[in-house]
Design a protein around this ligand. Structure first.
Ligand SMILES: [Zn+2]
Length: 212
């Protein structure tokens, strides 16, 4: 066990916490900010409170909304070959198949890389802004946070980024590629999303929005 890492003891403490990976049930302990409580069986992090994490998470959620909006607006990719060129925005990429059976692909891609990141950021803001500013939690905060958590696996910005990288390698020999501002904004969105998910201590959020 590394320094600053706590494994739960069977102490008479209020509340229980279940490991999301192996379903082991523990009595929750007070974990000091900066330390972590991990599952004794599978070492999944259960509680990891950090000082000032709330404001950082809010900032990152706002940043992700701005990055998605920018990625939709600015050029994503430009392809030049034999004097011809084609430029596309992220919106063009996501809605490549406006009709026909492949429409479902466009809908799924748009949802996974555009709609879900914005919805998740909005739900996080709805949940955390009152808590961080010492206001009473919103009436639907628990539902909003639960929905945000359930949408997490479906927000696939990073999968799209990897797909883009593979595609670019494939067509790099056929044409001259220029990456637009939207590509880098999208790459930044992936990093921001990962950092935000790492900062969120789900136990702390649930406790802060639960009625006392
Ligand atoms: Zn576990």
């Amino acid at each position: 066990m590394a320094d600053g890492t706590h494994i739960f003891a069977d102490a008479p403490l209020d509340g229980l916490v279940a490991c999301p990976e192996c379903d082991a049930l523990y009595r929750a302990a007070e974990v000091p900010p900066g330390s972590r409580a991990v599952c004794a069986r599978c070492h999944t992090v259960l509680i990891s409170p950090r000082r000032h994490a709330g404001m950082a998470i809010i900032s990152l959620a706002l940043a992700s909304i701005v990055l998605v909006a920018g990625a939709l607006w600015f050029p994503f990719l430009r392809i030049d070959t034999r004097g011809l060129w084609q430029q596309a925005t992220l919106w063009d990429v996501a809605t490549s198949f406006p009709v026909g059976p492949l429409l479902i692909v466009s809908v799924a891609v748009t949802a996974a890389i555009v709609v879900l990141p914005i919805v998740r950021a909005a739900l996080i803001l709805y949940t955390l802004v009152p808590v961080v500013f010492d206001r009473p939690a919103r009436p639907l905060a628990a539902r909003a946070f639960a929905l945000s958590e359930s949408l997490r696996p479906w927000s696939m910005a990073e999968v799209f980024a990897i797909g883009c990288a593979v595609s670019l390698v494939k067509i790099a020999d056929l044409a001259t590629l220029s990456l637009g501002p939207a590509f880098f904004m999208f790459a930044a969105l992936v990093v921001v999303t990962v950092i935000q998910d790492q900062l969120v201590c789900r136990w702390s959020v649930w406790r802060s929005i639960s009625p006392v």
